[in-house]
Design a protein around this ligand. Sequence first.
Ligand code: ZN
Ligand code: FE
Length: 256
Amino acid sequence: MSTLEIEQIPTRTDNYVYLLKESGQGRVGVVDPSDAAPVIEALDRLGWQLTDIINTHHHNDHTGGNLELKEKYGCMVTGPLADHDRIAGIDADVGDGDIFMLGDAEAKVFDTPGHTRGHIAYWFPESKALFCGDTLFALGCGRTFEGTAEQMWTSLGKLRTLPDDTSVYCAHEYTQANAKFAVTIESGNQALLDYAEKINALRAAGQRTVPSNLGLEKSTNPFLRADVAAVGAAVGLSADDPVSVFAEVRLRKDNF
Ligand code: ZN
Ligand code: FE
């Protein structure tokens, strides 16, 4: 039993990198280091010693800091088995159903292909924390660069089974733009309208909207709701065929 202290580091234009310190052995992991410098700065400020790099997928804005951090701290790099050849410095592979241990803190790994074919997510049940990279965003989801709509819908379906009180630590601050799109799909969803208003207020005050809450996402995020009648109707399709609804919603967002 070990819980995480989580430090959120904004990098580049809209990335979030996360430092995780577990209480058992004091190991410190970084999730998806886009760049080394902001991570080193945060580690120095907190007085933490990096032991692990934890990657969700191969994109440069999630792995760009891997080699420099590995060289500096001699830390261990864990990443998706399916993307072994595309993760710089990878030491350990994990895939669907595997348990990843950051010291004594246990994470369950899910394969979440769609954005990339090897994308994975890490869920730390004791800390109620989900690190989902570019699969699930607050009110959005990743673009399906390397996968199909069906794969992405299935991947999001896995994350949707997690408890409502899960915090969603996604990798980008895209929420306000996502909200603007989401209300075009479910203009009659009061929970969504309230959430969108809250997001606008947070951004106007220069504040972050991430982490999100999974229960809130389940009731408002159109990409988790392709099997809800109102979402199907909004795109002129039946929610009995959620893959088609999801594909159409994703396409509309791509062109929004
Ligand atoms: Zn990505
Ligand atoms: Fe990204």
